[in-house]
Design a protein around this ligand. Structure first.
Ligand code: TA6
Length: 319
């Protein structure tokens, strides 16, 4: 990267929407739209795209962008009266130029702080005041880190409750050659069976048909092995006990207007989430939830996952 190249650049994206590009010295990059506070690209040092964004994605508000990392807040899916996955993914966020102190690794230079606050319109559908701060960091080694800090700023003394997910769409070469490790033997709610509770049987999770499951109280590390590409994604999470796994497969894909009929083969959603036990904040309280992603060559051995620790770049202090 040349001296002049910026770690953080604000520019226009598709349809003139404001976009931030994060770059790191070795050539990796990430892109974030202010619309939705939505990460739409994460590339490694070879310029290979690691996230899936549909060719049919509509970069036109108020429709959420299909792919990347939509932020689901204050409601995951249809678990409440709001629009599916809440409104954060369809609102315009702003750049937070003066965020409250945040424990940062000084080697991280490519990061952006965004903020979303209640609007008078939104108060009519979700009667609460809040500040949602989102820091998106591209580490020097190419890791992508998202940290959310949500504060209850109600002045009427009322608590609020929410569910949450980083609805991450990973780009995979061939879904039928992908396996997910770290969720085996866990309990899950099956969205395809009225959210009935089951226990995962067998070894790693593989894909042969539609999957829409919320794994409960998972370990902090999950691996997604793209056998065909010889690449492993590692997802590390903190403050987010659950993990959603979703692939619509062929029939459902055809029913989603902003997803190509065959694109399900090249995507897999694995989402750090808090679904089963919603979070409640009293006025003045803050919650933090973090997701870190790495992509490593798949000389990575399966079975290396350990259930604790290992937050590499920025530690989360007490809330
Ligand atoms: O996270 C899985 C899920 O809730 C699925 O049920 C599926 O519908 C998906 O999200 C996509 O939702 P969307 O509202 O973006 O079409």
């Amino acid at each position: 990267m040349s001296e002049e190249t910026k770690y953080v650049e604000l520019c226009k994206g598709i349809n003139g929407l404001d976009k931030i590009i994060l770059r790191e010295v070795r050539g990796c990059s990430a892109e974030v739209y202010l619309f939705g506070g939505h990460v739409t690209s994460w590339k490694n040092e070879h310029g290979e795209e690691l996230l899936f964004v549909s060719n049919k994605a509509i970069f036109k508000p108020p429709k959420a962008i299909r792919g990347g990392i939509p932020i689901c807040f204050p409601q995951f899916s249809n678990l409440g009266s709001l629009e599916p996955h809440g409104f954060a993914r369809t609102r315009f966020w702003t750049i937070d130029n003066d965020p409250p102190p945040f424990p940062t690794n000084s080697s991280n230079k490519a990061f952006i702080d965004l903020i979303l606050k209640h609007s008078e319109e939104d108060v009519k559908i979700w009667p609460h005041r809040y500040e949602f701060r989102l820091r998106i960091t591209l580490g020097p080694g190419g890791d992508l880190m998202l940290t959310s800090r949500i504060r209850n700023t109600n002045t009427d003394g009322k608590s609020f409750t929410f569910t949450f997910a980083y609805h991450t769409y990973f780009h995979v070469t061939d879904i039928s050659e992908v396996r997910v490790e770290g969720l085996e033997t866990l309990d899950y709610l099956d969205n395809l069976k009225n959210r009935e509770r089951f226990t995962e049987q067998g070894d790693a999770i593989v894909f042969e048909s539609e999957v829409d499951k919320v794994y409960l109280s998972t370990p902090t590390k999950i691996a997604i092995l793209d056998h065909e590409r010889k690449r492993t994604f590692e997802l590390r999470k903190d403050g987010l006990p659950d993990a959603v796994v979703w692939n619509p497969w062929d029939k459902k894909a055809k029913a989603i207007p902003d997803l190509g009929d065959d694109e399900y083969k090249h995507m897999l959603c694995v989402e750090a989430a808090c679904v089963e036990k919603p979070i409640t904040l009293k006025p003045g309280e803050e919650w933090r939830g973090r997701q870190e992603l790495s992509a490593v060559p798949s000389s990575y051995c399966s079975g290396q996952l350990d259930p604790v620790g290992a937050f590499s770049s920025e530690e989360i202090g007490p809330a």
